[in-house]
Design a protein around this ligand. Structure first.
Ligand SMILES: C[S@@+](CC[C@H](N)C(=O)[O-])C[C@H]1O[C@@H](n2cnc3c(N)ncnc32)[C@H](O)[C@@H]1O
Length: 272
């Protein structure tokens, strides 16, 4: 089988680290996510994945974060079987395969055109009402083209920190203004995490830059009337951290006592 060579740089290249993290997790006996499709996708790519500097701890951390967002998306779809899912900055994430949504779900995987082109070469489209959208999320046209007749959950993992605060605000208010109701599920860095960005190997090695740090999630409630923060989970408190290797559990325990560091990452759930 001919493997795909990777020529991406900057933010799009960071998706290789998260993909590889989920693939590594899938090979562990106590895998968190069982993302075997991620492992198959890695095998189809010609790339020195050691460059991502994924460690057993960061790989399981990526899988735990993905599982929280998967579980929240599943909860939303259980309550709203007829819904839109906007999976923004999908990269090569196999979330649609993991969730296997029902027949009345419309699923949109959105990312930059070169990422979507790579994704369509590497991954088989799932059955059902599935669409690839090749656009920056900061452009407004793609959103205006989507049918606005259903509750809509937007899930975006590893995106908010690549946006400027103005782009983040505009994206959130455009989504909330477009659909009748729904949820926003996403991870974010705090402002201290943005300051420490050069310490994140996946970001540094890809030559990417992080911009938007969120310290108080409730400030986002002003972005749209009726937008409410339902959950703000600290990364150091995510469910499932006992699956981390011992060294990772010890590091997180130490971080959880250090002001600033305990807030470097969060996972947020908003309703609108
Ligand atoms: C850290 S990766 C995360 C990918 C995927 N969500 C995952 O967890 O594997 C960052 C992703 O954000 C995408 N991205 C960054 N800025 C974007 C933008 N303005 N519009 C669309 N996608 C963007 C990149 O192309 C890349 O796929």
């Amino acid at each position: 089988m001919e493997r795909e060579k990777i020529t991406l740089t900057g933010a799009p290249a960071t998706m290789l680290a998260t993909l590889y993290g989920r693939a590594l997790d899938s090979k562990r006996p106590n895998s968190v996510l069982h993302d075997n499709e991620a492992a198959r996708t890695v095998e189809r790519i010609e790339y020195d994945f050691a460059r991502t500097r994924m460690t057993p701890t960061s790989a399981v951390g990526v899988a735990i974060r993905a599982k929280v967002l998967d579980d929240w998306t599943r909860e939303f779809l259980a309550a709203h079987p007829s819904a839109n899912v906007l999976h923004l900055a999908c990269g090569l994430d196999t979330r649609v395969h993991r969730l296997a949504p029902g027949p009345d779900v419309r699923w949109y995987d959105v990312d930059f055109p070169d990422v979507i082109a790579l994704r369509s070469r590497l991954m088989t489209a799932p059955p059902g009402d599935y669409h690839l959208v090749a656009s920056s999320v900061t452009d407004s046209a793609w959103l205006e083209d989507l049918p606005a007749d259903r509750p809509t959950v937007a899930v975006f993992e590893g995106l908010s920190m690549y946006l400027t605060p103005e782009e983040g605000r505009s994206l959130i208010s455009r989504i909330c203004g477009r659909f009748p109701s729904g949820q926003l599920l996403f991870d974010c860095y705090g402002s201290f995490g943005i300051k420490l960005q050069k310490l994140v190997p996946a970001v540094r090695n890809a030559g990417a830059t992080l911009h938007w740090g969120i310290d108080d999630p409730r400030e986002l409630e002003s972005f749209h009337p009726g937008l409410r923060c339902l959950d703000a989970l600290l990364s150091v408190d995510m469910p499932g951290l006992d699956s981390l290797p011992l060294s990772g559990r010890v590091s997180l325990r130490i971080m959880s006592y250090l002001p600033g560091l305990r807030d470097v990452g969060k996972i947020l759930r908003f309703a609108y």
